[in-house]
Design a protein around this ligand. Structure first.
Ligand code: F6R
Length: 616
């Protein structure tokens, strides 16, 4: 949430910062802004709306300095206005600041600063922090040899409660900047005669593949040639410089109309990457390198607890089915945001898993920390290498699907389903799942990319259906067992990108209330795969049809529905039950995507949303 980028180097800062903001725009797009230090003064340009608006403003009077910061905002404190856009300037004109996070005690600090003559032009918590740094900067002389701006930031942060990723420049110190993080991501890009700080690597990879993932509580002082990382108590940190493994092209849209479309069609390859090298030599089980638990420790696990948010939680719910079915270990799934406060009693031999595409979701991170505080080991499934969750977990599994830029998660979701199925296989093979069943399971997983390709081939038919149904204002998604979470996910996808009201429900629950919604105006998307409860699902469909509800049925090959029962039928390949949720996700992703396109919605940047939710 909120994208930040800072550049200190030998080239003009503004073009690089604007390019970085375009790449970070998916983190927030309420307003954008840039501040460049040139000829001893800050030039700040900020505007509500997208980076394109900012580019138009900047083009009117080009910025020439080689040292600057930029921000793309997802509003927390204060409405979406030019004044509330970042960067913020202290009222004495000395300090300029960009911030991702929330300063919780901002009103007490503001009162203190108002009493000392500082004034405020915005309603934001960020401007308060900016003035607090200016206050400390003005108050102190060089502090035991420490750079004065760095010392001021350190002092101000001591009095700050909340979360932050910040980058600070001081008008008196050209060619320097200070950045710090607590709870919000911040990455340092180490270049040749230039250094960069940004919220994520997508803003850095155009210049350098060498990055340092800053940790909570760290403060970095940067010049074009050097950087020095310290902790709050001034201890120097030896940096670990990592190499980013993906390239600029991975984060580009290519010939697709939207990132979401690209990411939907990328799924066969994404699944191949997520499973590559992760099966045992005898082809009967999964292997994961970074779990950091022995087979016998896994064998001793009596319960598994998953915590996640949104789409990732739906992936956990499918995984619950898979682990209970194939490994016979009881599983609980919880919203991370609820888990962290509920204090539910936990079984002694519980293994914790968190799932998070970004690895930065604050509620998921807090759930991880809460479980660790109680003495549990926590493993993480995450897509972003070096993310906070990946680093703080006791072990984990990377999804390896490359950057997911579309705000609506697609390829990250199906790869989480795949990894969940592989976990079920792994745990199952440590218990009662036979060698033969394991081999069949592995074969089924390896077939998943091709099955997804076949499901994607239905895109033209699904697009035509979407065009016929895009005028509706309500839609239900109904499924059972492991496809119930896929119904929840279908409804979430539709809501978030097309702004239609949609709900996911277990199909048989309809008669306990929601069936009251059914009319000609409320279509239902039904999952009706081959299986022992197909007849029950067909009965639920009959109940909807009897009340004139239009039905879009997603069936597996070979399912024959009674004539006239479904208004639309989408056929997906029949497959192993561990793979079915992956394949069944494809038509609902496509349906949501094409409905949103038909309604003229901004698919990759839906209103009010941002990818990577780093505020509570
Ligand atoms: C929906 C979506 C969100 C995320 C949720 C968790 O399409 O993307 O619901 O799944 O915000 O994000 P991560 O997985 O990054 O923790």
């Amino acid at each position: 949430m909120c994208g930040i980028v800072g550049y200190v180097g030998k080239q003009k800062a503004a073009p690089f910062i604007l390019e970085g903001l375009r790449r970070l725009e998916y983190r927030g797009y309420d307003s954008t802004g840039v501040a460049i230090l040139q000829h001893g003064a800050f030039r700040i340009v900020k505007k509500i709306g997208r980076v394109a608006n900012l580019e138009t403003e900047v083009a009117k009077s080009p910025l020439t300095g080689t040292h600057g910061i930029g921000h793309t905002r997802w509003a927390t404190h204060g409405g979406v206005t030019d004044a509330n856009a970042h960067p913020h300037l202290s009222s004495d004109g000395k300090i300029v600041l960009i911030h991702n996070g929330v300063i919780e005690n901002y009103s007490a600090i503001k009162k203190f600063l108002l009493g000392r003559g500082y004034t405020f032009a915005s309603e934001t918590d960020t401007e308060v922090l900016c003035n607090l740094i200016a206050y400390h900067y003005a108050k102190q002389a060089d502090d035991a040899g420490e750079n004065r701006c760095l010392a001021a930031v350190r002092k101000a942060l001591l009095h700050t409660q909340g979360t932050y990723g910040i980058v600070v420049m001081c008008a008196d110190l050209p060619g320097e900047m200070v950045a710090a993080r607590l709870g919000s991501p911040l990455i340092l890009g180490v270049g040749d005669g230039e250094n960069i700080v940004a919220s994520d690597v997508s803003a850095i990879v155009t210049r350098t593949q060498s990055v340092v993932y800053l940790k909570d509580g760290e403060i970095v002082h940067l010049t074009p040639r050097e950087f020095r990382i310290t902790t709050a108590d001034r201890a120097t940190v030896s940096p670990l410089v990592d190499q980013v493994t993906w390239s600029v092209a991975d984060a580009e849209m290519g010939t697709y109309a939207h990132f979401m479309e690209k990411e939907i069609f990328e799924q066969p390859l994404a699944l191949e990457n997520a499973m590559r090298g992760r099966f045992s030599a005898d082809g009967s089980t999964a292997n994961f390198g970074g779990l950091n638990l022995s087979a016998s420790e896994f064998r001793g696990i009596e319960r598994v607890q998953f915590c996640a948010c949104g789409t990732a939680l739906h992936a956990c719910m499918v995984t619950e089915h898979m682990i209970e079915r194939f490994a016979r270990v009881p599983v609980e799934c919880d919203y991370a945001s609820e888990f962290r406060y509920r204090n539910s009693p936990l079984h002694r031999n519980t293994l914790f898993f968190v799932m998070s595409q970004s690895g930065e979701t604050i509620d998921t991170l807090a759930a991880l920390r809460e479980a660790q505080r109680k003495g549990y080991k926590v493993l993480a499934v995450s897509n972003v290498v070096g993310s906070t969750i990946a680093r703080e977990a006791d072990g984990g599994i990377y999804q390896h699907v490359g950057p997911e830029v579309g705000v609506a998660s697609t390829k990250a979701f199906t790869s989480q389903l795949l990894i969940g199925a592989m976990l079920a296989l792994y745990l199952g093979r440590l218990r009662d799942l036979s060698f033969g069943d394991g081999v069949e399971f592995v074969r089924a997983l390896k077939a998943a990319p091709d099955l997804v390709r076949q499901a994607l081939a239905q895109a033209p038919q699904i697009k035509a259906i979407a065009q016929r149904y895009a005028h509706h204002t309500d839609m239900l998604f109904l499924g059972r067992l492991a496809l119930f979470p896929i119904a929840l996910e279908g409804a979430l996808k539709l809501k978030e990108i097309s702004y239609l009201h949609a709900e996911g429900y277990p199909a048989a629950e309809m008669k306990h209330g929601p069936i009251a919604l059914i009319s000609e105006a409320c279509p239902s998307v039904f999952f009706a795969p081959q299986g022992e409860i197909l007849n029950k699902i067909v009965s639920s469909m009959q109940e909807i049809k009897a009340r004139k509800g239009p039905i879009i049925a997603i069936v597996t090959e070979g399912v024959e529905l009674p004539a006239g029962l479904a208004d639309e039928v989408i056929v997906i390949p029949d497959c192993h039950e561990a793979v079915l949720p992956i394949v069944a996700s494809i038509p609902v992703q496509l349906l949501s995507y094409y409905i949103a396109v038909e309604r003229g919605c901004d698919v990759d940047k839906p209103r009010n949303l941002a990818k990577s939710v780093t505020v509570e």
